[in-house]
Design a protein around this ligand. Structure first.
Ligand SMILES: *Cc1c(COP(=O)(O)O)cnc(C)c1O
Length: 428
């Protein structure tokens, strides 16, 4: 490195891009013309391959009609299983332990309906107060369906600082009253990555099944669910996996549990050989496919046929490595360039505890986000004061990170955020 390449310089950013082995993927995505997209942890951007895959599936429908279920290169009857083959390596599972199906929240319902088996004193579900609210709503309703009062039976681990969870606090809440544990892999606001193998081992020592919501990690952080013996997991495909708005989610069930009756049965969970016998009794598949309910959302899965192979080509380990470099670079620039403007970095600094985004806190966060958008930087706001910035390894460059910080600095220097109201929009 020569002397002009000090960290805050544009030349340094360009140098990092030149040395980046994943840089070539960027041209496969539709990115805003002059903008910088840092919201891939809410909705990943479209790729040329995803677009083509949708066109291909539409073409199959056009050409094959009903026979599209079994004909053509991508028979719909096997599409969920086929996508599971691409998904499984991202979470360290075998293909038959994964199925692409449902939505995140529906999959949690399915898994809670299966794995929440209250007996005797063990009637409570353990979750945490920082988790995504939809998960809590689902767990509350599962408790109500079994006749339990969620106020008493949903135990929420508290955060000491409103940002992070302490694994020791989670473990000490694993009492003999707990029948099921559901936690996020990465907290959606602060980006804290929990110690999944530790929590799983501690839950199992106490005989408690444990599952994880992987929405904020799958596609940016490798997992080894099978090796860690995680009981189940579920995640969406529209964030880091770039499947498009409402694309079909996925779930994992450890092979120890395959073959048991899913809590919510439907004909698409059938053993494929038996499904079209159309008999009155459900015969579940011997794979995670058993957890499907109705007809797969073929069109909402289609983008994944294009998007997922990119992860196999890039390699999830290389993706994680670049993600850590991007977030480390972003934090270093924020500290170098924006000291004195009242920002606090609210995500973990350590690589092994940090997810895929930087969580920047500021009392004026809502209107700073509006000013960023007006200046072509697309962030993500989480009330009351968090700006999430996700540089995504497959399409964000180091130069993007550099430009975003430069634009933010200008907004703060000129106080241009003051033209906006400090309130969130309908979607934030
Ligand atoms: C995005 C997200 C969800 C969304 O659930 P959907 O059913 O896809 O709407 C759930 N949980 C977490 C942690 C998320 O980040």
């Amino acid at each position: 490195m020569n002397g002009s390449l000090f960290l805050p310089s544009e030349a340094y950013a360009l140098e990092r891009d030149a040395a980046d082995g994943l840089a070539h993927f960027r041209s496969e995505f539709y990115l805003p013309q002059k903008g910088i997209y840092l919201d891939g942890n809410s909705l990943g951007v479209m790729s040329v391959r995803a677009e083509q895959a949708v066109a291909d599936v539409m073409d199959d429908w056009k050409r094959h009609g009903i026979d599209g279920w079994t004909e053509g290169e991508r028979p719909w009857f096997y599409q969920a299983e086929r996508l599971a083959e691409w998904m499984a390596p991202l979470v360290g599972a075998a293909a038959d332990e994964v199925i692409v199906s449902g939505s995140t929240t529906v999959n949690l319902h399915q898994l809670a309906a299966t794995f929440y088996q209250p007996v005797g004193k063990r009637t409570k579900i353990l979750a945490d107060e920082l988790t995504f609210p939809s998960d809590l709503y689902a767990l509350q309703s599962q408790l109500r369906l079994r006749g339990y009062d969620p106020d008493e039976h949903l135990v929420l681990v508290k955060s000491r600082d409103g940002r992070f969870l302490d694994e020791a606090d989670i473990i000490s809440s694993m009492t003999e009253e707990i029948a099921l544990i559901v936690l996020p892999t990465v907290l959606y606001r602060s980006g804290q990555l929990l110690d999944i193998p530790l929590l799983t081992a501690e839950a199992h020592k106490r005989g408690i099944p444990i599952g994880f919501d992987g929405c904020h990690s799958v596609g940016v952080i490798p997992h080894r669910f099978q090796e860690w013996d995680v009981d189940f997991a579920y995640w969406c495909s529209y964030k880091y996996l770039n499947g498009g708005p409402g694309s079909v989610a996925a779930l994992y069930v450890n092979r120890r549990h395959l073959g048991r009756m899913p809590g919510l049965a439907g004909w698409f969970g059938s053993d494929k050989e038996k499904q079209f016998d159309l008999g009155p009794v459900f015969t579940p598949a011997s794979t995670a496919g058993a957890y499907q309910i109705g007809t797969p959302h073929i069109l909402s899965m289609a983008p994944l046929l294009g998007a997922l192979p990119m992860f196999a080509e890039a390699g999830i380990e290389a993706i994680r490595e670049k993600s850590l470099q991007l977030t480390a670079y972003l934090m270093a620039l924020l500290e170098a360039e924006l000291a004195g403007y009242g920002f606090v970095i609210g995500n973990p600094r350590e690589d092994e505890r940090r997810g895929g985004h930087v969580s920047l806190e500021h009392p004026e966060a809502a209107r700073i986000c509006k000013a960023l958008k007006a200046n072509g930087v697309i962030p993500d706001f989480r009330a009351p004061h968090v700006i999430r910035l996700a540089p995504v390894p497959l399409y964000t460059s180091f130069h993007d990170v550099w430009s975003a910080v430069r634009r933010l600095k200008q907004i703060m220097e000129e106080r241009s955020y003051e033209q906006f109201e400090n309130r969130r929009g309908v979607i934030a």
